[in-house]
Design a binder for this molecule. Structure first.
Ligand SMILES: [Zn+2]
Ligand SMILES: [Zn+2]
Length: 370
């Protein structure tokens, strides 16, 4: 631990499924390639909750949070892309050296798991200790931003214009680029086509906005929460199906006369994966973005895949190149294409994320952690 440390307030999870407790920690100064960011706001994502519950093998105690925006406080000696005072969005961390990274497909970086879920730097070191001097894991997605300050790497810090509302931008770093990027980059949805998203949360709603933007003419939202389906229609869905009441596959076949060109599984539910494949028409592609427990398997009818030429593919982080996606999307936010609500405390925001009507939660760092 370096002698130069910053005292931070952070939400620490100490055991599987345990509470997010606000603690004071000491955070190291940036190493040569690192960036210390004063967090302005941080979004909640389903992945924070599944990691808390050890659906993925993440070490505890740990600070989660991986959708943040803030102001650069200080930088390491080798950092050239950002400087103190810059407005930035933090996104997922990649290695920059493996084949997917070199191909510009960094969302599928071969080091994704240790870099984003390892709770430490790749060399195994951590940057925070608690009041008793005990190690607290961090570097979650290379940031651990449920805190007043986050220590990121130059590779996962993206500079944005200083006149954009930072409190709305954090989710661009994960949830929004996952949904919008899946449509625009990975599935490459074409004008005049038919698209369906299974799940109309933050990722699904982002995919709907993107599908509308690229000119899809039939956009179907499937969810079990009526208020989410209403929002989906406001954002551009032409049809909304409550899969608790209606068989979504049959409904999609009726609406489209055979099936959609593209489907997205954004619910993290094996049944929805199955339905998203079934709902495809000839030559259709199903993209899977929902986080499932490790080892989850889904069955499908092989002939139903072969004869119509259907394809299934996994997609991470919308296959976005964050340095391109985030600055361009932040300009849309500047024009007012998002809604926000302030929360009096971090713990209040935790309660609200459990409400089914909540689509995306963002907590302001201050005064939440004060
Ligand atoms: Zn890589
Ligand atoms: Zn996320």
């Amino acid at each position: 631990m370096s002698k130069n440390t910053t005292q931070i307030r952070a939400a620490v999870v100490r055991e599987k499924g345990g509470p997010f407790r606000i603690e004071t920690l000491s955070l190291e100064s940036p190493r040569r390639d690192e960036v210390l960011v004063k967090v302005v706001a941080t979004g909640w994502c389903h992945t924070d909750m599944v990691a808390r519950d050890k659906v993925y093998p993440v070490p505890h105690p740990i600070v989660f949070g991986h959708e943040s925006a803030g102001i650069v406080e200080s930088v390491g000696a080798d950092v050239v892309n950002v400087a103190p005072g810059d407005s930035v969005v933090l996104t997922f961390l990649t290695c920059g050296r493996c084949k997917p990274c070199r191909l510009g497909r960094m969302a599928h970086c071969e080091k994704t798991f240790p870099l984003c879920f390892g709770g430490a730097r790749l060399d195994g070191s951590t940057a925070t200790v608690d009041g008793q001097g005990e190690k607290v894991h961090e570097h979650f997605f290379g940031q651990s931003s449920f805190a007043t300050y986050a220590l990121a790497n130059e590779r996962n810090v993206v500079k944005v214009r200083s006149d954009v509302p930072l409190e709305r931008l954090g989710p661009l770093g994960c949830g929004i680029q996952t949904g919008a990027g899946a449509v625009m980059n990975a599935l490459n949805v074409r004008p005049g086509t038919r698209f369906a998203t299974f799940g109309a949360g933050a990722v699904g709603c982002s995919s709907i906005m993107a599908a509308r933007a690229v000119g899809a003419t039939t956009i179907v939202a499937i969810d079990i929460v009526p208020s989410r389906l209403e929002m989906a229609k406001e954002l551009g869905a032409t049809h909304a199906i409550n899969s608790k009441q209606t068989n979504p596959v049959e409904a999609i076949r009726d609406i489209t006369g055979g099936g959609v060109n593209y489907s997205l599984e954004a619910a993290g539910d094996p049944r929805a994966v199955h339905q998203a494949i079934e709902a495809l028409g000839s030559l259709g592609t199903c993209g899977i973005v929902g986080a499932e427990p490790l080892g989850t398997e889904v069955s499908f009818d092989v002939t139903d895949l072969m004869l119509p030429g259907k394809a299934i593919r996994g997609i991470l982080e919308g296959e976005s190149v964050p340095d391109i996606f985030i600055p361009s999307s932040s300009n849309s936010t500047r024009r007012g294409a998002s809604r926000s609500r302030n929360w009096s405390s971090f713990t209040a925001s935790i309660k609200s994320i459990r409400l089914p009507k909540t689509v995306k939660m963002a907590a302001r760092s201050s005064p939440s952690f004060a």
